[in-house]
Write a protein that binds this ligand. Structure first.
Ligand code: AMP
Length: 190
């Protein structure tokens, strides 16, 4: 079983790359951002709770996010493995993921970061915002707030996974195919 955590700032290309990796390795792709957006669209209680945080570019509280992620994994008993996209984003989430997977005799195989500069990412996100309809992609102040959240809360996971010898990073600038090749060259080692 291969369980990959795709790591990187908003706009780094995690969702795009997950789509390719999921078919190449027959993995289940779980994007916590997508699950939240689905719940917002369907005006569930979870969606109502998440919306105010997401609209500001803040992280949704850990307890809510962790429960939601675990429920998504449980829905896929027969999965050959998972791609976690946008989770974990805090140390508490990473610890919860390790504990949850180990109860199921599973573990994170590798965490791979897609690296790009903030200026490149702002440009990509504003462009995406023109068609995605995502309010958090349409306003540079909200985008910068998402980067601040990342720097404060998510960046420490680099050392969390480095300490487990599971952290890898690839250049996230290039064509989609080039970046997929960089990712697969790492995943194929496992
Ligand atoms: P994304 O689609 O991954 O860019 O996520 C969009 C938004 O969903 C984030 O800015 C957060 O508000 C929320 N979100 C997604 N994943 C998480 C997570 N793991 N922890 C907390 N909030 C999250």
């Amino acid at each position: 079983m291969i369980n990959i955590v795709l790591f990187g700032k908003p706009g780094a290309g995690k969702g795009t790359q997950a789509e390719f990796l999921k078919s190449q390795y027959q993995l289940v792709h779980i994007s916590t951002g997508d699950v939240f957006r689905y719940n917002i669209k369907n005006t569930t209680d979870l969606g109502k709770l998440a919306q105010s945080y997401m609209d500001q570019g803040d992280l949704v509280p850990d307890s809510v996010t962790i429960n939601m992620l675990e429920a998504e994994v449980e829905k896929n008993h027969d999965a050959k493995g998972f791609i976690f996209d946008g989770f974990p984003r805090t140390t508490a989430q990473a610890e919860a993921l390790d504990a949850f997977l180990s109860k199921k005799e599973m573990q994170v195989t590798a965490t791979i970061a897609l690296e790009a500069t903030d200026d490149e990412l702002v440009e990509r996100l504003l462009k995406r915002g023109e068609t995605s309809g995502r309010s958090d992609d349409q306003d540079e102040a909200k985008i910068r707030n998402r980067f601040d959240e990342y720097n404060q809360k998510t960046a420490p996971l680099r050392s969390f996974y480095t300490n487990q010898s599971k952290f890898h990073s690839v250049n996230g600038i290039g064509t989609i195919d080039e970046i997929t090749a960089r990712l697969t060259s790492i995943i194929d080692r496992f």
